[in-house]
Design a protein around this ligand. Sequence first.
Ligand code: B16
Ligand code: MG
Length: 222
Amino acid sequence: MKTKTAFIFDLDGVIVDTAKYHFIAWQRLAKKLDINFTEKENEQLKGVSRVKSLEKILSWGNKTISEELFQQLMDEKNQDYLNLISKMDEKEILPGVKQFLTALQDNNHPIALGSASKNAKTILKAVNLLEVFDAIVDGNHVEKGKPDPEVFLKACAQLNTEPTNAIVFEDSIAGIQAANAGGMLSVGIGQKEVLHEADHCFENLTQFDYDFFQNIISQTKN
Ligand code: B16
Ligand code: MG
């Protein structure tokens, strides 16, 4: 028997607008290191783990540093980020998110979080959404980051559903690639030109409603 379609959400840039805080914190760090870092570079860090993000920034600046300094810079960036998000509340939930999650809950769809962030639970608590998710898979639970599908495959396993019976919402190129590699239907949240590998793309979650997904559920990849 086919179970109800599962809905898996990325966190930063889909549920909450924390992408801007990651950008500020990485940009401050890059500036200290005298490395050029604009929105263009930042796009390549979306959905990418903290370690991989710093590795990329250092490679853009042709810098090699000791393991100790690497760890120190990661801690510094995270502390800056945590300070930036410390005053977060429900107002930072992105438009359309609450209504859509409520419609999914009302219709008994399993809901999971699939995020690269190690701060995911702190953020969900701050915006009062922790209880909405039937499963939470984040940066603390995976060995391979996006574009590897591990995070979404683990979410499906926890929801006891096949990947082909799941829809993933993502704002990052790496995340869309992860969903596609995992065999889920991918929905990009952001610019079509950037997320052109997604099966569907919207600017934000106000651009569709539950009925739209009732229609495309028949198109999930099983
Ligand atoms: P943290 P997501 C990702 O979260 C962010 O998009 C990415 O910019 C960040 O580097 C990564 O989490 C790690 O975050 O430093 O908090 O562990 O978009 O997959 O929800
Ligand atoms: Mg994201």
